[in-house]
Design a protein around this ligand. Structure first.
Ligand code: DGI
Ligand code: FE
Ligand code: FE
Length: 192
């Protein structure tokens, strides 16, 4: 593995707890497999997978504080659920702390939690890898979604959004308007 990836892994091992680090490497390898399957840049997919949760182990207060300090806008839903900020702040740290300047990688990190309407290929690879990587075991329909991911990527994105909306509705979690917009977009794509 090339030096930049190795160095970032060393840094992340210190920043993240054990489970999150394992999840991170799981997403990195799953993203590289999906990149092979769909003809995307494997190195970019690995870097994005590796860094997507680089801000995840920070307490909510710290996420809010760092966003204020860096003048990253905080929306109401993010103030109420600060963990949502780990995606935006993750993209910021990927650039400033980990030295990744590629805009596509930063974008995939930024949208990995809520998704976005009309995601590009790398966005979708990271969004799906995050959900299906081998350490994940709680979500319903994982077996089907894992197969779907390698057959019909958009369909896997839609199924993940569908199941996430169901989960959030059940636990009465506040839904980010971006998650909803993404869901509506992929729902229409399949005329559901
Ligand atoms: O950071 P990870 O746990 O690896 O994965 P993630 O960044 O996709 O976060 C997953 C969680 O985010 C999952 O429990 C569903 C939740 N989530 C996704 N969209 C929304 C959301 N939670 C709230 N409250 N609102 C959303 O719109
Ligand atoms: Fe995340
Ligand atoms: Fe993740």
């Amino acid at each position: 593995m090339e030096e930049q990836l190795k160095e970032i892994r060393r840094q992340l091992k210190k920043e993240l707890d054990k489970n999150r680090y394992q999840h991170t490497t799981g997403v990195m390898y799953t993203a590289s497999c999906l990149a092979m399957r769909y003809g995307s840049d494997m190195r970019k997919a690995m870097l994005a997978g590796l860094l997507h949760d680089c801000a995840k182990c920070m307490p909510g207060e710290k996420l809010l504080h760092l966003c204020r300090k860096q003048k990253i806008p905080i929306r109401d839903v993010e103030r109420e659920n600060p963990f949502l900020l780990h995606a935006k702040l993750g993209a910021y740290l990927a650039k400033t702390t980990y030295g990744v300047l590629d805009e596509e990688i930063l974008h995939a990190i930024e949208v990995h939690t809520t998704g976005a309407p009309a995601m590009n290929l790398l966005d979708k690879i990271i969004f799906v890898s995050d959900y299906i990587e081998p350490n994940r075991d709680r979500a319903p329909n994982l077996t089907e979604i894992r197969t779907l991911a390698f057959e019909r990527l958009d369909r896997a994105v839609f199924q993940i959004l569908h199941d996430t909306m169901h989960y959030l509705n059940q636990k009465r979690g506040s839904i980010d308007s971006r998650t909803n917009e993404t869901y509506q977009y992929y729902k229409e794509l399949f005329n559901q």
